[in-house]
Design a protein around this ligand. Structure first.
Ligand SMILES: [Zn+2]
Length: 667
């Protein structure tokens, strides 16, 4: 494949976005199977707080809504026939669709993985927005996958032949076939759960039956060796299937994918994660979380809680992201050596947030919600280019690099997949509830409907550009309820809460919930102020290496765009397997001189529109640079340096080099 054919320029990309491809009409009206008898399983573990179903939450106008909409547009541009191409060829069915590039290329062993992410993202997006057109497209794709499975005759469904699995048995090189099967299964289960697609469940059950026959023929010792190759969250999706069907066989099969080698040390409180591939383990822990929920076995809770503690508190950067070169290369708490262009794989953030939701459900402790906010702002929101909806593989944290985005039809990295899922469910963790409480965990403009209580709560805010949050309730009749509002760990400057204009005494301290318990009526309103200030976030193993935060936002020093071409901000379309690598060298960030111990005294916000003419850049084109800063809104200047330096939120910085961690010397 030549460069000319695959490189997508700015203009061409816009044209492609506008051209959504319809499926053949016949597939949309294909016969639907009869609903089956299911015996869904309730959790055996006590669940203290639950998220609302996606279709009860709607994002309101704001940056999250905009990013969700960019993602929705991208999903609409994906041509179902191109996605199906390798599935059809593998099943011996005709396809003349143009092949996709990147990790979906027909000679790449991971091909077909993005199909699963696509189905999950469409299902989640339907839940989040009610986009019936997207649901219809995804359901039509499911119907076509059903034809592929039927042609394969034995339940097998994949974009590669089933003899890839034999390579696992014979210990021959193969990328990660079960990883890919997990994505497809999860996509089908999501289509059933969010879109009510019965056919998707039927196909998933056929795949599970195939997997059971395959696994039944393997001894436990053989399976233990097979599980050394990345297998995604096969345990998680099979436990989820068990929860839907009530079939003990699905739980038994899921358990064959619970890896003792990983889980046993964690149960015993031993961190043996050094050297491990990070996201590989994260997906397995999601399976462990589901096993705890469905069986109540305490050892699985212990293992997940210990794992989360080690990764979130001792192996994560200031951003809430984790991994360097996709791995944990050090002992816990050693991060100063771990800054590179391939830090913080986005799949890891996506999966850590999923895991955090489970933990919050078991124990609604504010520290889980605080972590969620940190990783949500700094590890998810800033990984999408807001101009075109493309997402990153990593968030580079070595100074002087820039964000590298995938191409719409020629990348399809793992993180492209988790990216379309993340941005299809941005509203899933804003609110939680138990029988008689409603938690407000994230400050995002959104509305939640709670029909069991006859209640709608509307959150309006421009946070973090503004520290005010307004909550208004509409109730069919007065309802007794505890409203629990998260007061973040960073709100050390005095959070305030008022109810219908009356200041409330019982304001909670940072890192706690402010609980307002009363009988609520329509029109009741709560106003919250969460003043933010600049604070330092030093490396745990080197306090002279510091990042700066403003509220939950990690600030990035804008280092200009010298030496970065437009092409260098996007993936290399030629090298499909390694196309995620940066092309180009970093520039050094200056050492900072700290005039005092409190960075709030020397890192000050300024009006970028008025003052930009006074600011120098370290390198690069001042024109582009200053425009990017003006668009970022929240802008800060570092005083007392040899050269003026500016900071903007990392999640709003695109198209230029940046620094997150600085070497800081006391004046
Ligand atoms: Zn990834």
């Amino acid at each position: 494949m030549s460069v000319r054919e695959t490189r997508v320029g700015r203009r061409e990309f816009g044209v492609r976005l506008a051209a959504a491809a319809p499926l053949a009409a016949s597939t949309l009206t294909a016969e639907r199977p009869e609903p089956r008898r299911l015996r869904p399983v309730r959790e055996a573990a006590p669940i203290q707080a639950r998220p609302f179903p996606l279709n009860r939450v709607r994002l309101l106008s704001g940056s999250c809504y905009t990013l969700q909409d960019r993602n929705r547009s991208y999903l609409h541009t994906l041509d179902p026939d191109r996605l199906l191409h390798t599935f059809r060829l593998t099943a011996g069915l005709p396809s003349n669709a143009r092949q996709l590039g990147g990790w979906e290329r027909p000679d790449i062993e991971l091909r077909g993985h993005f199909m699963g992410h696509y189905l999950s993202a469409c299902a989640l997006m339907y839940g989040s927005t009610g986009d019936a057109l997207l649901k219809g497209k995804a359901s039509a794709v499911v119907a076509e996958l059903g034809k592929c499975q039927k042609a394969n005759a034995d339940g097998w469904l994949s974009a590669f032949p089933s003899d890839f699995m034999q390579r696992l048995v014979e210990r021959l090189p193969v990328w990660a076939p079960f990883y890919t099967l997990h994505k497809i299964l999860a996509g089908l289960v999501d289509m059933y759960q969010h879109c009510g697609d019965e056919r998707a469940l039927t196909i998933a059950l056929g795949m599970a039956a195939w997997t059971k026959r395959w696994a039944d023929a393997r001894s436990d010792a053989e399976m233990a060796r097979i599980l050394e190759v990345e297998y995604g969250g096969m345990n998680e999706v099979l436990y989820n299937l068990h929860a839907l069907t009530g079939e003990p066989a699905h739980a038994d099969l899921a358990h064959r994918f619970d890896e003792a080698r990983l889980i046993d040390p964690l149960v015993e409180g031993r961190d043996e994660l050094q050297g491990q591939h990070a996201n590989t383990q994260l997906a397995k822990l999601l399976g462990a979380a589901r096993r705890y929920e469905l069986t109540g076995e305490e050892r699985y809770r212990r293992c997940v809680e210990f794992f989360w503690q080690q990764v979130a508190l001792h192996r994560s950067y200031c951003t809430g992201g984790t991994s360097n070169g996709q791995r944990w290369r050090t002992k816990p708490g050693i991060l100063a050596s771990e800054l590179s262009s391939t830090t913080q794989e986005c799949c890891c953030t996506h999966n850590m947030l999923k895991l955090t939701r489970h933990l919050f459900g078991w124990n609604p402790d504010v520290r889980y919600a605080d972590f969620y906010e940190r990783a949500f702002h700094n590890g998810i929101l800033g990984t999408m280019n807001p101009t075109d909806g493309m997402t990153t593989f990593y968030v580079p944290l070595e100074s002087g690099y820039w964000k590298l985005f995938g191409l719409p039809f020629d990348s399809f990295w793992c993180c492209t997949g988790t990216g379309v899922e993340s941005f299809a469910k941005l509203g899933d963790s804003v609110f939680f509830h138990d029988e008689r409480s409603l938690y407000v965990n994230l400050f995002v403009p959104a509305r939640v409907q709670w029909p069991e209580k006859g209640l709608t709560l509307r959150q309006e805010t421009r946070f973090p550009d503004d520290d005010r949050i307004r909550l208004e309730l509409q109730c069919e009749k007065p309802v007794s309820l505890a409203l629990r509002i998260r007061i973040p760990y960073w709100a050390t400057s005095g959070a305030t809460v008022s109810l219908n204009g009356e200041p409330q005494d019982a304001v909670a301290s940072p890192a706690s919930y402010c609980t307002l318990e009363r009988t609520w009526k329509s029109g009741d309103r709560v106003e919250v102020r969460l003043p933010m200030k600049v604070h330092a976030h030093p490396m745990p193993d080197d306090p002279t290496l510091q990042a700066f935060m403003y509220g939950p936002l990690v600030l990035a020093g804008a280092l200009g765009n010298e030496g970065i071409s437009y092409e260098m901000m996007y993936a290399d379309p030629v090298n499909a397997r390694r196309g995620e690598g940066m092309r180009g060298q970093p520039v050094a960030a200056p050492e900072l001189v700290a005039p005092s111990a409190d960075p709030a005294e020397w890192i000050r916000s300024f009006d970028s529109a008025v003052e930009l003419r006074d600011v120098e850049v370290v390198a690069g084109s001042p024109g582009d640079w200053s425009r990017a800063l003006a668009e970022a809104g929240l802008t800060f200047r570092i005083a007392g340096q040899a050269r003026p330096l500016s900071l903007v939120p990392l999640n709003r910085l695109f198209g230029q080099r940046y620094a997150v961690y600085w070497r800081v010397r006391q004046a």
